[in-house]
Design a protein around this ligand. Structure first.
Ligand SMILES: Cc1ncc(COP(=O)(O)O)c(C=O)c1O
Length: 392
């Protein structure tokens, strides 16, 4: 018996949760562990509701003008204080995807190379290849990219635009690089004179009490590192708001491009609204609550999978982010695991989508369902995959 999907229908603002308004709606009756979305009841509707009125009251017509090209100073100053840098090292963006697009236009030229992890966020790959960049993959281990592999990838003597890394709560594997691994990666990239683009979309979503290691950008004092942050995963992707940390010279280059000179700050009013939320501590209270919600969901999913699947699958319990990464015996085929999941009414993401060619992997998001539904999904998957094993 499937627990009723109360996540959307019971919400007062839910009548517009449908295709044509939102990017994707899960099929009825199916438990969707596919995309890296927040469950509707976890999106920050109540927190965001008063913010636009507050911002318009505080900033008046300045909130509706073209904003300063690098983003309005109030948000940049707050972000600088949170991330231990100066406001000149912060640029407001319309989220990580937009920031990566901007970097590809500014640093990339068709035919140049971007170095990426062998397994990484599939849509970042799309953004890079949309700009004509060629991708070169490097091997990773349980701490992400291996420094020797990065060194080899940067030793081809060709034109590398940047290295794209996600050292914290990696999508899809959940891995975190320790401080010494981070320092080694920084040293390799610096030796080759190639900038690192650090995608830190999940950095604020630690599930434990300990914070993740300092960002690559913080360790390097932002020299040679461009860090991308986002409010998509902590408040809601519909805000289209994020930021970029980089050396002031690069920020000047980025903010003098035609798009910014013509249109001013990206998402100006929303940036002022979110500044209201951060400024008086409401954002930090929201983060603490959200981390707890995600921790509960992660623990529920992992415990139910372990109970149902035993030792037959390696289940990596992440320290943060949205995803659990499963590693199956190499003889298990991805197609048959996906087909069995589909028959059981559960959507999961294939490892191959992220470039993973070494063995059989699946990614399960715990961010998009309630704990009850996650437990139900795990029970269905375990039954389906055990059954499929016996049918072999
Ligand atoms: C690693 C990573 N980077 C970036 C994004 C997209 O971020 P944004 O919504 O800020 O464009 C995602 C969303 O899935 C992600 O997983």
């Amino acid at each position: 018996m499937v627990p009723p999907d109360t996540t959307v229908s019971s919400l007062p603002h839910a009548r517009w949760w449908r295709a044509g308004v939102v990017q994707a709606v899960s099929p009825p009756g199916v438990i969707d562990l596919g995309p890296g979305y927040l469950e509707p009841s976890l999106l920050a509707v109540d927190e965001v509701l008063p913010l636009y009125a507050e911002a318009l009251t505080e900033f008046g017509p300045a909130a509706l003008s073209y904003g300063h090209n690098a983003g309005a100073e109030p948000l940049r100053a707050l972000l600088a204080a949170r991330h231990g840098c100066t406001a000149e090292e912060i640029m407001v963006t319309a989220g990580t995807s937009q920031a990566l697009t901007l970097l590809c236009t500014a640093l990339g030229r068709p035919g140049r190379t971007a170095v990426v992890e062998h397994t990484c966020y599939d849509l970042a790959r799309s953004i890079m290849t949309d700009h004509g960049l060629r991708l070169r993959e490097v091997d990773a281990d349980s701490e992400g990219v291996r420094p020797q592999a990065l060194d080899r990838a940067l030793s081809h003597g060709d034109d590398v635009a940047f290295v794209y890394l996600t050292p914290t709560f990696h999508n899809p594997t959940g891995t975190v690089a320790g401080v010494s691994r981070r320092r080694e990666l920084l040293a390799v990239a610096a030796r080759h004179g190639v900038p690192i683009v650090e995608d830190d979309a999940y950095a604020e979503l630690s599930l434990g009490r300990t914070a993740p290691p300092p960002s690559l950008a913080a360790l390097a004092g932002r020299r040679g590192v461009i860090r991308l942050g986002s409010f998509a995963k902590t408040l809601g992707p519909g805000l289209r708001l994020g930021w970029l940390e980089a050396e002031p010279g690069l920020i000047d280059t980025l903010t003098n491009r035609g798009q910014l000179v013509s249109g001013g700050a990206l998402n100006h009013l929303t940036s002022l609204a979110v500044a209201m939320l951060i400024g008086d501590g409401r954002y930090d209270r929201r983060l603490a609550w959200l981390r707890e919600q995600l921790r509960l969901r992660c623990e529920t999913l992992v415990a139910a999978l372990r109970a149902g699947l035993g030792e037959s699958v390696v289940i990596d319990r992440p320290a943060g982010g949205y995803f659990v990464w499963l590693t199956f015996d190499p003889w298990r085929s991805e197609e048959s695991l996906l087909a069995a999941a589909e028959r059981a009414g559960v959507v999961v993401a294939p490892g191959s989508r992220f470039g993973s060619a070494d063995g059989t992997h699946l990614r399960l998001a715990y961010s998009l369902n309630s704990p009850d539904r996650l437990a139900e999904a795990a029970a269905r998957l375990a039954a389906a995959w055990r059954n499929e094993e016996t049918l072999r």
